[in-house]
Design a protein around this ligand. Structure first.
Ligand SMILES: [Fe+2]
Ligand SMILES: [Fe+2]
Length: 209
């Protein structure tokens, strides 16, 4: 049995986004696609960063270069839909969710903690959250956006699995699973705390009646 063949079970989210989130963000599709295009660029950059910082780890180069190329392809797909709807790419804005998640994980790292494992697991959780959001968008969008998000779902599942798989290879299963549980909790807190808005990783708190 290889646990990473079932990343939905291994990398379960500790907080689920309400389906109405998709209706909220789809109200401003150009802003959503702009944010999404930057997410894909960020994912490609993260894969290249791992690659350049850890080149000696066996099989990392092959897997991460393939991931970087795939993320750039996603960028082009998203950008194409954005342009076709009359939008354009803005200058990059910081991704508040990603930055807050890295900060929360850094703050809980033990003095002898492992920064590499933490970065890989954060990447896995970001991919997993993106997968959840793409599934919600595929279910609620129409036309080109529905096709786009339905097409992207399988890739994100594979990326989430890859980062956990790499942790297993590099540091072993025991070290990975223990830290993953804590980072899953942190990710849920960070995702819930995000503000609303037309972004892939925006928050969605139920409003009080
Ligand atoms: Fe992607
Ligand atoms: Fe991805």
């Amino acid at each position: 049995m290889a646990a990473w063949q079932d990343p939905r079970g291994l990398i379960a989210l500790r907080w689920s986004t309400g389906a109405d989130w998709a209706d909220l963000v789809l109200a401003d599709p150009l802003a959503l696609l702009d944010d999404h295009a930057h997410c894909e660029l960020g994912a490609a950059a993260a894969a290249q960063s791992f690659l350049s910082r850890h080149p000696s780890i066996d099989r990392v180069a092959e897997k991460l270069s393939a991931t970087a190329i795939e993320e750039l392809r996603h960028f082009r797909e998203v950008h194409e839909v954005l342009r076709s709807l009359g939008g354009c790419l803005s200058s990059r804005a910081p991704n508040a969710y990603v930055e807050a998640l890295h900060a929360a994980v850094r703050a809980t790292r033990a003095r002898d903690g492992d920064p590499l494992i933490d970065r890989l697991l954060v990447s896995a959780l970001i991919e997993r959250r993106s997968l959840e959001r793409f599934e919600l968008l595929a279910a609620r969008a129409s036309g080109a956006l529905r096709e786009l998000y339905a097409r992207l779902v399988p890739s994100e599942l594979g990326h989430a699995a890859l980062f956990v798989h790499l942790c297993f290879e590099i540091r072993g299963e025991a070290a990975t699973v223990g830290r993953l549980a804590r980072i899953q909790e942190l990710e849920a807190e960070v995702a819930r705390a995000q503000s609303r808005g037309p972004r892939i990783h925006s928050g969605f708190q139920e409003r009080a009646a």
